[in-house]
Design a protein around this ligand. Sequence first.
Ligand SMILES: [Zn+2]
Length: 284
Amino acid sequence: MVKRGEPTEEDYFELKPGQSRAVDVDLSAYYDLRNGGAYAVSYAPHGGELILEASAVQKSGAKIARPVETQSVTIWVDAGARSINAIGPVGARGEAQSLQSRLPAGTSVLAAAAASNSYVKCTNTQQTQIVPARDSAVVYANNAKSYLAAGAAGSRYTWWFGAYTSSNYALITSHYNNLVSALSTQPYTFDCGCKQKRTYAFVYPDQPYTVHLCGAFWSAPNTGTDSRAGTLIHESSHFTVVAGTDDYAYGQTAAHNLALTNVAQAVMNADSHEYFAENNPALN
Ligand SMILES: [Zn+2]
């Protein structure tokens, strides 16, 4: 689950009638295929951002005329890689044991401290930017939690999450309660190895609480629209144990449009959670 910037002209390529374009995607890098067997694979695109004209139509507030669909292809995966399954836990235990063996006798390896920050490939400067970003994300999450606890389904709520229903309001309330809990109490790992300039960050939803930070994150302000703090709200909302959100629409315009046209997706859209928390420009 990736937070990208809004697409610009240079992110599109022209496909002439009858023309095709092929790219290789290593599915095993992103999906667990170790059990082997037959897999049906199809591409599930979100939003109108895939096609430049559809993007313009979406910005105007009209419904997109034609969604992009792909037929599924069936692939067979040999189960031979299953042995990795057995090696994995043994290897992990081995690392813990070797760490233990380097410590003085009588010392035990304890779980990471609550609300701690761990860093992978982060410079000292980056670490000093991450700490206030997480602190501000906690402030954002608490502000949103308080707003929802007061039962205020004002324009701030409806702008991002659509028309009020009691069930959606309860869902959103649970999301921010979980965001406060995660951001203020859990051990996070920040991986700064991603260098993609137009990408803010990404996570694997089933790997809480590791956040991969990319180029756009460092050029963003600490708070405000599409800020570092807001990005941490966005990414944390993707974790299955927090809210399990998806990326149905990126950017304020598309996210607001989702609230008008597809409430079910708006209440599960990561950027919508970020913008509600950032509340910029402020709504009541
Ligand atoms: Zn995302």
